[in-house]
Design a binder for this molecule. Structure first.
Ligand code: G6Q
Length: 556
């Protein structure tokens, strides 16, 4: 049994994290160090330090991380750790885990880590044991998931549920769809899962065209239960069910909700007994392990969902307790800062070598870019340094035959995270070894390249040599681990969550708000009635927007 975690009160306003990072001596030391690495060469670095791999690798809860192919030395990591200490990373971690309102612009705690704390632990925030609340919801989700999986939950006409459609968007979609795709090998294959997010009617129509409404259950996922896309899709789903089954009563057997807004759920017509709640301290993009993961739990079952949570928790505990120099999420986050701020890199590619992780890069895009795409500090001042990089990627080996060219020979450095697995759930001839050979080959080719002499030695005519030279010194992390499983997926997501946290702590920004998405929503709410109006509406937007609206109306 794990003991309750001792949580110290930390006054965030007093932490060193509020000092602009570029004014810290530790930042300037990194500036100087970066200049000293101008002529850094990975071939030379490996030749000069036979222990480089050992000194720059970590093993954390089954994740082996090889950081040796970075444009960095053990000294770099030491300087980055000093920066993290100076920016108050340790204090920020303690503040998050103790439930302080570190999401300052929304005045909220940030406690997704509580979603995966074991039942035997407790965490009291504002007088409430949030771990007990989390497990109450998990138990209800488990009973519901079992009832669908065992066909004891039946539809309005008495037929068992065979199709589950998750309706949600952003954080209420990307986690569920990514997790379902990642874990479908351990899912109940008798059930069909679909995910509808876009307000484009095509998404709903294509997702449901071959489904029988009598056998279809909708999970409406929306923290606020007001999101335009989700509510529009939910209303269409309701019409689809009611018109096919001929009764409003069908809603009760074909709709459940995941939300923090009980009143909104009731108003929509879903019995709040069929609602699974969560809390304002769970951000949308940090919610796949809350009730937002209900579709995941129905797919893989409550026990496997508990394994997923255990994977998250194992990395949470590592992040919370390990010294920064041995702290994998912290080091990955610090390397992201290293490239963003000291090498001017604008993007990071995440390239998983496992087809099950096909949506993992898309999931990470939201996690990283919505969290750290910020231009003001916690105090509201304009940041003095660049913040969040653009994250992108595709599963290997597909990308090798398209965009890898730019990573190898383009004029910009793209740090890469390779994620690869020793085993596959689908052994098929020599497929897996060929897949793995490719990932190892890519990281080596990026790091060490191919010199003009090596190219010429192949007999390449002198005029053709430059085009074939690979400069090398293209940095990458390689994460090698066992196999895609619920536990492993939890560790990987938590790894990136805490890397994001680390970056935000260095930059002194709020990684947990998302005001940037609000303005577009407000404008769309103004424009929608103008597109729907019978009579020509008065338009008071900018000339370009007015013109587009008029043209659209005349064309549609
Ligand atoms: C995530 C964002 C955003 C949110 C969606 C859906 O961190 O806040 O992606 O998840 O806008 O919001 P609802 O769950 O409230 O519908």
């Amino acid at each position: 049994m794990e003991a309750p975690i001792e949580r110290e009160e930390t006054d965030v306003s007093d932490t060193p994290g509020t000092i602009p990072p570029a004014s810290l001596p530790e930042w300037r030391a990194l500036d100087d160090h970066r200049v000293a690495l101008d002529a850094f060469d990975l071939r030379t670095a490996f030749a000069e330090d036979p222990s480089r791999v050992e000194r720059m690798s970590l093993d954390v809860v089954g994740l082996h991380a090889d950081l040796s192919k970075h444009l960095a030395t053990p000294e770099t990591l030491g300087l980055l750790v000093e920066l993290a200490e100076a920016c108050g990373l340790r204090e920020r971690i303690a503040a998050m885990f103790s439930g302080e309102h570190i999401n300052v612009t929304e005045d909220r705690a940030v406690l997704h880590v509580a979603l995966r704390m074991p039942r035997s632990t407790s965490l009291t925030v504002d007088g409430v044991d949030v771990v007990a609340e989390v497990h109450r919801v998990l138990d209800r989700m488990g009973a519901f998931a079992d009832s669908v999986r065992s066909a004891s939950w039946v539809g309005h006409t008495g037929r068992p549920i065979r199709n589950v459609v998750n309706i949600g968007i952003g954080g209420s979609d990307l986690g569920p769809v990514m997790a379902y795709r990642a874990l479908r090998h351990v899912s109940d294959r008798d059930l069909t899962f679909r995910f509808v997010s876009n307000v484009d009617g095509t998404d709903f129509v294509e997702a449901t065209r071959d489904l029988d409404p009598a056998e279809t259950l909708f999970i409406i996922c929306s923290k606020t239960f007001t999101t335009l896309e989700t509510m529009t899709n939910a209303r269409s789903a309701r019409e689809w069910v009611v018109s096919a089954l001929g009764s409003e009563d069908a809603v009760g057997r074909h709709f459940v909700a995941v939300s923090t807004n009980a009143a909104g759920v009731a108003e929509f017509g879903i019995d709040t007994d069929n609602m699974f709640g969560f809390w304002d301290w769970v951000g949308g993009r940090y919610s796949m392990d809350s009730a937002i993961g209900l579709s995941t739990m129905v797919a893989i079952g409550p026990e496997a969902f508990a394994d997923l949570l255990a994977g998250f928790h194992a990395v949470d505990e590592h992040f919370r307790t390990a010294p920064i120099r041995e702290n994998l999420p912290a080091l990955i986050g610090l390397l992201a800062v290293w490239y963003r701020n000291f090498w001017g890199c604008q993007t990071i590619a995440v390239l998983p070598y496992d087809q099950y992780l096909e949506r993992f890069p898309a999931y990470l895009q939201q996690l990283t870019m919505e969290s750290n795409g910020k231009h003001v500090t916690l105090e509201g001042a304009h940041v003095e340094v660049d913040t969040g990089a653009i994250y992108w990627g595709e599963p290997g080996t597909n990308g090798q035959h398209s965009f890898y060219q730019l990573i190898h020979q383009g004029t910009t450095i793209v740090p890469v995270d390779f994620i690869c697995f020793a085993r596959t759930p689908n052994p098929l001839g020599d497929h897996h070894d060929l897949l793995s050979a490719n990932v190892f080959a890519q990281s080596a080719a990026l790091a060490f390249g191919r010199s003009a002499e090596e190219v010429a030695a192949d007999g390449t005519p002198a005029a053709r040599v430059p085009a074939k030279v690979m400069e090398g010194n293209r940095p990458s992390t390689t994460i090698l681990t066992d196999e895609v499983s619920p536990f492993r997926l939890g560790t990987l997501v938590a790894l990136y969550e805490h890397s994001v946290f680390t970056q935000g702590a260095i930059w002194g920004i709020d990684s947990f708000d998302q005001w940037g998405v609000e303005l577009g929503k407000q404008l769309a709410a103004r424009i929608a009635p103008q597109l729907l109006a019978e009579d020509e509406p008065e338009l008071d937007h900018d000339p370009s927007t007015n013109d587009l609206i008029r043209r659209y109306r005349s064309m549609s």
